[in-house]
Ligand binder design. Sequence first.
Ligand SMILES: Cc1cc2nc3c(=O)[nH]c(=O)nc-3n(C[C@H](O)[C@H](O)[C@H](O)COP(=O)(O)OP(=O)(O)OC[C@H]3O[C@@H](n4cnc5c(N)ncnc54)[C@H](O)[C@@H]3O)c2cc1C
Ligand code: SF4
Length: 479
Amino acid sequence: MQLLLADQLGPHFEKEEKLLLPIVDNQFFKRNYHRQKAHLIRYAQLARAKAANVELVRLDSYRDLKDFQGLTSMVSGSSRSFDSLANSLGLTKLANPGFCSTKDDWNNYLAKAGKRLRLEDFYRLQRTRLGILMVGSEPVGGKLNFDEENRLPPPKPGLGLPTPYRPVEDDLDGQVRAELDELEKSGKATFIGVDGPRIFPGDREQALAALNDFIVNRLDLFGPYEDAMDSRDWTMAHSMLSVPMNLGLLSPLEVVQAAVAAYESGHARLASVEGFVRQIIGWRDYVWQLYWHFDQDYQNLNELGAHTEIPAGWKDLSAKGIEANCLSSTLKDVSQRAWSHHIPRLMVLGNTALQRGFDPKAVNDWFIDAFADGTPWVMPANVIGMSLYADGGKMSTKPYASGGAYINKMSNYCGSCRFKPTVRVGEDACPFTAGYWNFLSKNSDRLRGNHRMSQPMAGLKRLTDLEQLLEQEQKRESL
Ligand SMILES: Cc1cc2nc3c(=O)[nH]c(=O)nc-3n(C[C@H](O)[C@H](O)[C@H](O)COP(=O)(O)OP(=O)(O)OC[C@H]3O[C@@H](n4cnc5c(N)ncnc54)[C@H](O)[C@@H]3O)c2cc1C
Ligand code: SF4
């Protein structure tokens, strides 16, 4: 019998006739998950268990799987801890079809990569090997990457796209809500964020509807506005498909194929389709492979010696005491939906955590708990590596720190903020602009040797008000 975990709920995972789907309440006892994330996982499991060949078992702990003989499992998907549990239980392991590359493909990449790991090289191999957007050995459109066409700020009137697909809640949502209420009442589980309504697909049919909605209504504008943020539009032209893909409800290859078909039929421009394909066969697989490539200790790296505790307004998602409009809006969005798109994650939340020296492992875990698509495999490369530079440059060549000018250029947050993005000292000083220089100054010894930081470091030297700025940031109590 095949074990079916909560990230393996689509048909491409079904390799055996009989399936065992365990539901374990204690997964919600150890950490404070977003209520909507807990709801979605439980809904998706119960919906999957309706199939005649699926046996649902409620267990106190995953360790109780020892009582089931001859189980097979597609481990090596989302978490190292389940992988080691599977080893200790002696489960037979099957290859995981939830990604677009195998261990052999990764080893092939490593053999060619030399010392420096680069997404671009991995992506090139993936495109060629899978033959996606390729004519023979040549990329469609003559180049592999159309990123320079994809950096527009939000248009003033807004994107004007239709509201994204949203499932209609049903009786099962009611049952899940009652189960989670019960867990909360018992004092065993504490959730964060607003409860529902459920906005993400929880079964295969809903997932296909969400995919179709993205392909028809938003894919064409995905590329140009990929990096833009608009306080009036929380999705922009993003797909929100990380959630059903990470639950295994959609296979990444079917998502990519649907996007390519939209290009081929003239429904979406190449720069958007290429950019979207790169996110999936490139970034998603790269980040997953890196999770298994780096050892367990990668998650505990802290090269910049960052030890600040995550503030209360983050932990409970209330944004309490936070005045920076970009940051409080993003935290409120996460509270409302357990989701934000990539740029608020990286350039607002990650950037704050980097500048203010939040403890990297705590930030890693906070993202897992607060986001509907959060999984253990996705965070280390995105948080420890890309956002916080806590790995000292194993993943990125320089820290992703940026000041208010970037946020001002790529969003409409600054217009209604009480701070000014161009001001670094005084009452109106933008915490991101001041925080940027403060970060560079605090880490100047560590960053001086990095040639990609030579320009910012030279800028730091030229600041005439640095002393005042450092004093101001040292006294700063909230953002
Ligand atoms: C700090 C931080 C935290 C993140 N947390 C998560 C997370 O919990 N779960 C998650 O799946 N992704 C995470 N990402 C990556 C990325 O932000 C999300 O995949 C994306 O925002 C999901 O929204 P979407 O489906 O609309 O993506 P789109 O913008 O529509 O992109 C399409 C798909 O590409 C994949 N993708 C794009 N970028 C990445 C990336 N850097 N890493 C992995 N996959 C990527 C996703 O599967 C995504 O669905 C994180 C990134 C950062 C910087
Ligand atoms: S002024 Fe600074 S704090 Fe305010 S929204 Fe802009 S970047 Fe954020």
